[in-house]
Design a protein around this ligand. Structure first.
Ligand SMILES: Cc1cc2nc3c(=O)[nH]c(=O)nc-3n(C[C@H](O)[C@H](O)[C@H](O)COP(=O)(O)O)c2cc1C
Length: 391
């Protein structure tokens, strides 16, 4: 199957499963523990139902939205995904280039295999940088200076990783031993023998094994490690937001809030925007679906702060529901991660096109001429969702 033949995001996921060694596919696809939150993120969208308006003219729905004062052509951005260079050669540049071509923004993860300056050169459109702080404050400040010099427009600070979630699929597939190398990796090597096309791509890309945007003193670029080890070094507190803000001196987006209280704390600590996110169900298993947490956060922060959300977006209709419930825009994660792993640039382009076509069709079926005009009157949510929210 070619990317152009994919009808929906699930098709791209199936293609990724075929092309990628299981350790890579499961790293993208999996969640924490019993994957309850991972499933809830997707399923909760079905609980939001539409209230369409018929007999309205909507010849050419307008998909543009404004986030942090910048207008983008689509109401979705590409979320930060670590290790993209293992999904596909130069994966971060490939995905950022497609985001740019579609008129939206790409968010580069700290755990990127490519230099942030190289991604900038390959994608001249809006780019945000997602900050983790492995290596501590001085290392992060040096990275922030590079991010600013390279012209990234916003810093996304992820706050939901005081330790890594328990990602059992990564353990079963041998992610840790494979990244470490040596004898412990031997039982897991079969995965590469069965996926020679991926191996050729990875080797042709220089078999990257470092994070070049995290320069450790005396070591150089930080070696790639197992996420369970990496994320244990990335806890940030509200106090850290202070020095991050001083170092960055630009818009800050706090990613990983679930409740109104935490959203307000983030704003008090200087956030210009928040992302309602549970890390795609990869961290604390058992938290509510992001779409369910969204109305509470929107009600808590009020109009002056942009609220974004991510988690479980697989169709354009999901994006419309999020917008109706108060999200200015959403981030897509696996929807483009699978596509990148399935077919590189054409895969990501196809994922974006699928979601774009969904958005246009859904707006027309809803009887709404633009993303900006969407509001709560176009949807119904279960009564229990109204608790703690402004609905
Ligand atoms: C493979 C993968 C890697 C991720 N890496 C990061 C990361 O480096 N930094 C971060 O803030 N979030 C990371 N996330 C979380 C995403 O940014 C986003 O919150 C999540 O994927 C949204 O859920 P979805 O995949 O269901 O769309 C990652 C998610 C996945 C699937």
């Amino acid at each position: 199957m070619r990317a152009s033949q994919a009808i929906n995001i699930a098709d791209l996921r199936r293609m990724a499963r075929r092309r990628l060694p299981p350790v890579i596919f499961d790293y993208i696809d999996g969640g924490a523990e019993d994957e309850v939150t991972l499933r809830a993120n997707e399923r909760a969208f079905a609980e939001v139902t539409f209230r369409p308006r018929q007999c309205v003219e909507t010849p050419n729905p307008d998909l543009r939205t404004t986030v942090l004062g910048t207008t983008i052509d689509l109401p979705f951005l590409l979320a930060p995904l670590g290790f993209c260079r293992m999904f596909y050669p130069r994966g971060e540049s490939v995905a950022a280039g497609q985001a740019h071509a579609a008129g939206t923004a790409y968010i580069l993860s700290t755990f990127s295999g490519q230099r942030l300056e190289d991604v900038r050169a390959d994608a001249p459109g809006p780019l945000w940088y997602q900050l983790y702080v492995p290596g501590g404050r001085a290392v992060a400040e040096a990275t922030i200076a590079r991010v600013r010099a390279a012209g990234y427009s916003a810093l996304v600070v992820t706050i939901d990783t005081p330790v890594s979630g328990m990602r059992e699929r990564d353990i079963r597939r041998g992610a840790g031993p494979l990244l470490k190398g040596g004898i412990g990796a031997l039982p897991h090597l079969w995965q590469f023998a069965t996926h020679p096309r991926w191996v050729m791509g990875y080797v042709g890309d220089g078999a990257p094994r470092v994070f070049p945007n995290v320069e450790l003193p005396g070591v150089g670029a930080m070696p790639c490690g197992d996420t369970s080890v990496l994320l244990a070094q990335t806890n940030v507190t509200w106090k850290d937001l202070g020095w991050i803000r001083d170092a960055w001196r630009g818009p800050i987006i706090v990613k990983g809030v679930h409740t109104g209280d935490v959203a307000r704390q983030a704003v008090d600590a200087g956030a210009d925007a928040v992302v309602v996110s549970n890390h795609g169900g990869r961290q604390l298993d058992g938290v509510a679906a992001s779409i369910r947490a969204l109305p509470e956060v929107v009600a808590a922060v009020g109009d002056g702060v942009d609220v974004l959300m991510d988690g479980g977006i697989r169709r354009g209709a999901d994006i419309i529901k999020a917008r109706c419930l108060g999200a200015r825009a959403v981030l897509i994660g696996r929807a483009y991660g699978w596509a990148l792993g399935a077919a590189g640039g054409p895969g990501v382009a196809r994922a974006i096109d699928i979601l774009k076509a969904d958005l246009v069709r859904t707006l027309r079926l809803l009887g709404c001429a633009s993303v900006q005009e969407l509001d709560g009157s176009f949807v119904e949510v279960p009564v229990e969702w109204r608790k703690r929210s402004g609905l």
